[in-house]
Design a protein around this ligand. Structure first.
Ligand code: IPE
Ligand code: MG
Length: 222
């Protein structure tokens, strides 16, 4: 969800106003997914690297996460959305993490859309965590290194049991992956839109899904 800062700057507003509008744009996107029959949506909300931003911006973003959970939990439950989160959630402020865990628990049985928030997320950290867990199992004798397959790695990622993404949408015209789901995106179709995240609408989502539907996926074949 990129481009919040630029959206604000173009309007002479503080960056945090861009983030606030960005959090509003999430609503149209989740509604659009449900309408289009998309079952899984992962939103890259805050990266491990984002902690390096100025303290006031980080604090404001954590405040927005808190507000998102307070204001949207009822909506999430009403719309039969199941909330999940991936990343180093232990880095989040205690209050926000508790709210997050609370909404995750309350929505656990929901089935219309799996909505995953990537928070304090780094794909390299995720793969490193997986390597550590696999090495530990090998050391403890519960895993034979010779039997390790790609599925072993997948099942040690935060996304264990979830399908790899079919489509990655990157807003604000940036042509980068930015440490997002590096393993899982191996064969994902990418759509880059110049739209800044706060102005991303349901129609933009549908346009990306249509573009995806027109792609011919070969997975390395011909
Ligand atoms: C994305 O918007 C939101 C987060 C990374 C939290 P940016 O803050 O990266 O917006 P730009 O890139 O400065 O426009
Ligand atoms: Mg950015």
């Amino acid at each position: 969800m990129d481009g919040n800062g630029r959206w604000a700057r173009e309007r002479g507003l503080p960056r945090i106003e861009g983030h606030r509008r960005g959090s509003e744009a999430v609503r149209a996107c989740t509604a659009g997914c449900i309408e289009a029959g998309v079952k899984n949506l992962t939103l890259y909300a805050f990266s491990k690297e984002n902690w390096q931003r100025p303290a006031d911006e980080v604090q404001a973003l954590m405040g927005l996460l808190d507000r998102f959970l307070v204001e949207r939990t009822a909506e999430i439950l009403e719309q039969n959305i199941r909330l999940r989160a991936i990343g180093h959630l232990q880095d989040l402020p205690e209050k926000g993490r508790r709210r997050l865990e609370d909404t995750i628990a309350k929505s656990a049985g929901n089935t219309a859309l799996n909505l995953t928030l990537a928070l304090s997320y780094s794909s390299r950290a995720e793969i490193t965590d997986a390597a550590r867990a696999i090495a530990r199992a090998a050391r403890d004798g519960t895993l034979d290194p010779e039997t390790i397959t790609e599925d072993t790695v997948s099942s040690h990622l935060y996304t264990a049991g979830e399908p790899d993404p079919d489509l990655l949408i990157r807003t604000s015209g940036e042509m980068r992956i930015s440490n997002f789901l590096l393993w899982q995106l191996s064969y994902t179709e990418i759509v880059v839109t110049p739209k800044l995240w706060p102005e991303f609408t349901k129609d933009d989502l549908f346009a990306a899904v249509r573009e995806y539907a027109g792609r011919h996926r070969r997975y390395g074949g011909i």
